[in-house]
Design a protein around this ligand. Structure first.
Ligand SMILES: Cc1cc2nc3c(=O)[nH]c(=O)nc-3n(C[C@H](O)[C@H](O)[C@H](O)COP(=O)(O)OP(=O)(O)OC[C@H]3O[C@@H](n4cnc5c(N)ncnc54)[C@H](O)[C@@H]3O)c2cc1C
Length: 440
């Protein structure tokens, strides 16, 4: 007897959907794989934008990983090559440049802050406590000085959330600096830290979009298809099969995998209950505004990203696209920047008018010394992206446990950064898609 081949529907066409299709396509029992994407092109957060001769990303994306197998795979799909680069990131603090990571370059701080950081690290009353939230982790690991000078203000700024209300999922992987390293850094030595991201790669053409594009080129046309402009608005069971309404068309399949934000899935799912909806409504996330800005001169130097803990400056990070290679640099005398501002619906940032927002960015550029005058900054683009960062608030684990169980009991597989609601980078996305393809 011949087994019937199974048709698969994947909701979304970001990197997790594309890589899931890539890993599944060689399974003989799979008949067809269809990806349904609401935007007019695939790639999700890994899309690159082309405008006025520039190519840039939705915030700085770099290719690095401790997972060598997945890193190799990502790099292998870059058919137009890659640039291998060395991190050159800094923290801007009271007009000074501190090399990232902060605790490894303490001697660049003003004397008072330097003494505060080193003394609090050497005499740390929090050292022996168990930690249950992000701020406790910072205090235990780095001491009060480094926490209050940099980690607390920067994290409050990027998360727009008090770190005391965030769990330790994000931070447990941060390496603990040794007393020896901190002492040397306070004494004047700049020490390299977070070595797993010291060296990274970037596509030599096309921006980070070259990664999803590389996987898309490797999808087999006879089995896989990507439908764009297909926003999923209804998901239901029809007998043994799944039925999905997207972009006015109906699709059916035996297996359903969702990589769209779990909020969008729950809005479309015919089986949504009030309890499920309540858990989904309590998930916290940040949105982001990416401005792409050109200045006619370069006051930044040969660096990539700058972290800015100062709360008077609207943006938390600014990155020079030009650093990533020839293809991203248009004129040698100018500099182009991706400027990142996180926000949540209806907060102070979201309520700024377009004019106010532009003015705050221009003022910030002057304040950090990248612009001589506000008028020098030319906005090439300003775009809002709703789903950018998962916030690991104190209820994240229990909310997601409920949501995952609801969907897995009904046979809907969740995958992806917002599909699964985890802070996953591209390497982890590939790993999860690979493991999923083995399980299915
Ligand atoms: C600012 C920033 C910087 C980052 N930097 C790095 C980095 O340096 N290195 C790194 O490895 N990773 C980085 N990442 C993470 C990386 O972007 C993600 O891991 C990856 O893109 C997630 O892919 P995904 O497919 O899970 O999600 P997404 O890319 O969000 O894909 C979801 C897709 O679903 C679609 N969709 C949504 N709703 C619907 C609907 N109703 N119907 C149909 N389709 C829908 C969306 O349009 C989207 O295409 C960064 C992320 C951000 C935000």
């Amino acid at each position: 007897m011949m087994d019937k081949k199974r048709d698969v529907l994947i909701l979304g066409a970001g990197l997790s959907a594309i890589s899931t299709a890539y890993f599944l396509q060689d399974k003989p029992e799979i008949g067809s794989i269809t990806l349904l994407e609401k935007e007019d092109r695939p790639g999700g957060l890994c899309r690159s934008i082309r405008k006025d001769g520039y190519t840039y990303d939705i915030g700085p994306h770099i290719l690095f990983s401790k997972d060598k197998e997945m890193l190799e795979l990502m790099l292998s799909v870059l058919d137009e090559g890659r640039n291998d680069l060395v991190r050159s990131n800094q923290i801007l603090y009271k007009g000074r440049r501190i090399q990232y990571p902060f605790e490894n370059d303490l001697s660049k701080l003003p004397e008072a802050e330097l003494q505060y950081c080193i003394n609090a690290f050497n005499n740390n009353p929090y050292e022996d406590y168990d930690v249950t939230n992000m701020i406790q982790f910072f205090l235990k690991t780095f001491g009060e000085g480094i926490t209050n000078t940099y980690l607390r203000p920067y994290n409050e700024k990027i998360w727009k959330y008090d770190p005391a209300f965030m769990n330790t999922s994000m931070v447990e992987r941060i390496p603990k600096p040794t007393s020896e390293e901190i002492r040397r850094s306070a004494a004047g030595e700049t020490i390299q830290g977070y070595l797993h991201q010291l060296y990274f790669s970037f596509p030599s053409q096309g921006g980070i979009q070259a990664v999803p594009d590389g996987f898309l080129r490797r999808l087999k046309g006879e089995k896989c298809r990507v439908v764009c402009g297909a926003e999923v608005t209804r998901v239901e069971k029809a007998g043994e099969r799944w039925r999905v309404l997207a972009g006015g068309e109906t699709y059916e399949a035996d297996q359903l995998i969702s990589t769209i934000p779990v909020q969008a899935l729950t809005g479309a799912w015919a089986g949504t209950t009030p309890e499920l909806q309540a858990h989904v409504d309590r998930l916290r996330y940040n949105s982001i505004i990416i401005s792409f800005v050109r200045l006619p001169y370069d006051l930044c130097g040969e660096n990539f990203a700058f972290m800015i803990p100062d709360k008077n400056v609207l943006f938390h990070r600014i990155s020079k696209m030009d650093f990533l290679g020839e293809a991203y640099h248009r004129a040698p005398e100018e500099a182009t920047y991706m400027v990142e501002v996180t926000y949540r619906k209806n907060d102070q940032v979201d309520r700024l008018t377009d004019g106010e927002f532009r003015d705050r960015i221009r003022q910030g550029l002057v304040d950090i010394g990248f612009a001589k005058a506000k008028e020098d900054a030319e906005f090439i683009d300003i775009t809002k992206y709703q789903y950018a960062y998962v916030i690991y608030d104190l209820e994240h684990t229990q909310n997601m446990a409920y949501i995952r169980k609801h969907y897995s009991d009904r046979g809907i597989v969740l995958n992806g950064r917002f599909g699964n609601f985890e802070y996953w980078n591209m390497d982890k996305i590939l790993r999860e898609s690979f493991e999923l393809s083995k399980r299915l």
